[in-house]
Design a protein around this ligand. Sequence first.
Ligand code: FAD
Ligand code: EPU
Length: 347
Amino acid sequence: MRIEAPAAAPSVARDVELRPFNTFGLPGRAAQLVVVRDALEAAAFAASPLAALRPRLVLGGGSNIVLRGDFAGIVVKVEIVGRRLVGEDADAWYVEAGAGESWHEFVRWTLAQGWPGLENLSLIPGTVGAAPIQNIGAYGLEMAERFHALEAVSLNDGERRVFDREACRFGYRDSTFKQEAADRFLITAVTFRLPKRWSPVTGYAELARELAARGLAAPTPLDVSDAVMAIRRRKLPDPARIGNAGSFFKNPVVDAATLARLAAEHPGLPHYPQPDGREKLAAGWLIDRCGWKGRDLGPVGAYEQQALVLVNRGGATGSDVRRIAEAIQADVRAKFGVALEPEPVFV
Ligand code: FAD
Ligand code: EPU
């Protein structure tokens, strides 16, 4: 890899192998790659001719992308660090972190400081800056519920912009950054609002069971974090050992009539009521019932403990991932009449 250092813009590396930078372990070479370490560097990049290159990818921890192959344009790797208390009122602490901070380390740090609220989201891989992109969620909590605001740099003109919760348009695994604003902003920092009147969020049945099994009738924030970590370690493959990008499909949300039809045909179908009257199905259950759990197609398989997670058995490429994903989508459509939409971003 050859390094050049143009005067004003961040230094550029050329022909960089991206396999170490995506948790699926998929191969592909980036024609150019720059690292940004603070908001000023992000703005300098945006103002430079490099930002006009296409395709262009803002990269965090690479735990929610599927690399299709070589990347002919430019990758901007975000390594902005720093975390601090930026405010406090009667009701909450306001805590900011740089976009390149590890999400899980940030969560554990907030707990160590005595600022609870993010514990249900423990052990989710990736960076703080990527958390708002799909509004990460797990075990009964979505990031949006603890979000205050974020700072971003427009990649079109280098302008700094602040997004409050409304501007982010958060939904289930969704935000404006996957819709209208897709590929237009580099998030530099995120501020969370952590409530002082804390109570544990234990509505997720599996988490409630885990806490009960540990004899914790009145769990502390750290107890909840530890319980979530234990469940996740049992069910999800560790990307350091087996390549994956977490859930490969979103859980489909269907209308009441569709649910009634499916529930009549398939006793035991898990479903979760949504605020708008629709029902969320469990994609993992649907895939499992199609016989995919633990099954491979080429070098990619559906994980033994969680059929919703596709894993790289070794040497897989983006096309291998696409092939099994399409086969699973076809089977679920044929058996249940339900369309599955991938959760990770194909790049
Ligand atoms: P990347 O994969 O690097 O990027 C993902 C997307 O965000 C890309 O579109 C990228 O361009 C964009 N992006 C990244 N950083 C920035 C930035 N600073 N500014 C602008 N755009 C940016 N997700 C959940 O919601 N819940 C879970 O429980 C969960 N469990 C997981 C378990 C495993 C084992 C794995 C591998 C993944 C899991 N995920 C989960 C998915 C993943 O951890 C999250 O989506 C995470 O937020 C991705 O962070 P990242 O830094 O790796 O993002
Ligand atoms: N199930 C099966 N077989 C399987 C997998 C699941 O029958 O192979 C059933 C389970 O028994 C359960 C239901 O499906 O009844 C739901 O399973 P689980 O509790 O494991 O959660 P999930 O819906 O599969 C979602 C998120 C995860 C998140 C967990 C915990 C999505 C797409 N996935 O998974 O997020 O960690 O809930 O909240 O919403 C991710 O986004 O990458 C991710 C891992």
